[in-house]
Design a protein around this ligand. Structure first.
Ligand code: FAD
Length: 387
């Protein structure tokens, strides 16, 4: 596996163990039939429990059954899962960084005890409802709202593009609290079997096909007061979760690119044209040289990001640069790998085109490439250019 500057040398035993466990899991349980899942638009649901048993959901959290592994170990885990498929990494990212993290950071003791151990084991599945049909890049303008109703709240609105919503037990729904002054955004734990909740599946995707995506409809849904996340108010709630998930994506995208590189490297050695392997042609070597270089640069950024996170010095802007760069890199390089595989490259028998199609989603969700560009633009000029 490509590790050109020997980053492995700095890993401790636990980090190597987690990486190897995930790599083996992907080789044995994901790669054999992920192409078929992609074609059929299905998620390998049978892996959900096993991923829980192996500790793949938020192992970087502390307590409630989570082992509190290093941020590097968590990143390596995301990298290996996404080498399998972005749908698999998305499942683990949503469960861990977008649902378990906010319960851990902002939940009551009862909420933590009810959800964290069960979600860590994969017995309960969660989803994160922020995006709405009319509000994607600008979630601050969300229309979903909550109003006081006796001992709790009534929720109304709709969320869309929600990873895992059709298979979730609980959704974290971000909504404006109309009963409070300034209508702050608050997080509500909404069990999906409550009256008035619908979670229709979105079927027409041509990207991230091995992942279940849906809507969340909320029609006069009553939730008790104890389902509100008590520890956060305002956009800081959802945005802080996104920072955690984007951290994992910055690592994960490297896995997808690395898988494309390895597939192309092998193909270049195996495929004969004009009397010998295509890997002897300078044009093909140039592609591998560029791919290997870009992957290595992305790895360096991810490892540094992990160090900053471990020290408590990672800022959302650091994550924006890493997500933006590493996903664009994977998007570009998966296409080059696809090209190297000729006609075979457009099939699900090989991984590059599947990764390439997945990257269209990864480039768009968790803050589009454009939005992260504007975050960096603001960082470097002090001028916000969003509006
Ligand atoms: P828009 O915001 O309408 O953007 C359209 C285009 O305009 C983009 O190119 C964008 O970059 C550009 N644009 C927007 N504003 C600006 C600006 N100020 N300056 C320049 N260009 C701009 N959301 C969740 O809440 N939970 C999930 O689990 C989840 N999972 C997803 C899974 C999939 C498969 C997909 C595709 C999306 C998912 N999303 C999820 C939603 C995702 O986060 C949004 O699609 C994303 O934020 C972009 O919003 P939008 O699609 O409405 O695009």
């Amino acid at each position: 596996m490509l590790d050109f500057v020997n980053l492995e040398a700095d890993l401790d035993q636990e980090e190597r163990m987690i990486r190897d466990t995930a790599r083996e899991f992907v080789e044995e349980h994901v790669k054999p039939d992920i192409g078929e899942h992609f074609e059929n638009g299905t998620f390998p649901k049978e892996l959900i429990d096993e991923m829980g048993e192996l500790g793949f959901y938020a192992p970087n959290l502390e307590g409630y059954g989570s082992p509190n592994v290093s941020e590097t170990a968590y990143g390596l885990l995301m990298q290996e899962l996404e080498a399998g498929d972005s749908g698999l990494r998305s499942m683990a990212s949503v469960q861990g960084a977008l649902v378990m993290y906010p319960i851990h950071a902002y939940g009551s003791e009862e909420q933590k005890e009810e959800w964290l151990p069960a979600m860590g084991r994969g017995e309960a599945i969660g989803c994160f409802g922020l995006t709405e049909p009319e509000h994607g890049s600008n979630p601050t303008a969300m229309e979903t709202y909550a109003e006081r109703d006796g001992d709790g709240y009534v929720l109304n609105g709709s969320k869309t593009w929600i990873t895992n919503s059709p298979i979730s037990d609980v959704a974290i729904v971000w909504a404006r609290d109309r009963s409070a002054e300034d209508t702050p955004v608050r997080g509500f734990l909404v069990e999906t079997d409550r009256d008035g909740v619908s979670t229709n599946k979105i079927d027409e995707k041509l990207s991230l096909r091995a992942s279940i995506t849906g809507e969340i409809g909320l029609n006069n849904v009553h939730v008790p007061e104890e389902n509100v996340l008590p520890g956060v108010e305002g956009m800081k709630g959802p945005l802080s979760c996104l920072t955690q998930a984007r951290y994992g994506i910055a690592w994960g995208a490297i896995g997808a690119a690395r898988d494309c590189f390895e597939e192309a490297r092998q193909y270049a050695k195996d495929r004969d044209q004009f009397g010998g392997p295509i890997g002897r042609f300078q044009l093909q070597q140039r592609k591998l040289a560029e791919m290997g270089t870009q992957i290595t640069l992305a790895q360096l950024l991810a490892y540094r990001l992990a160090e900053l996170k471990e020290r408590g010095e990672m800022r959302p802007q650091h994550v924006s640069m890493s997500k933006r760069n590493n996903v664009r890199m994977a998007r570009d390089q998966s296409r080059i790998a696809r090209e190297m595989l000729g006609g075979n490259g457009i099939t699900t028998d090989y991984s590059p085109m599947r990764h390439m199609a997945n990257m269209e989603t990864v480039y768009t969700y968790e803050g589009t490439h454009d939005i992260h560009t504007l975050v960096l633009g603001e960082e470097f000029t002090g001028i916000a250019a969003y509006q």
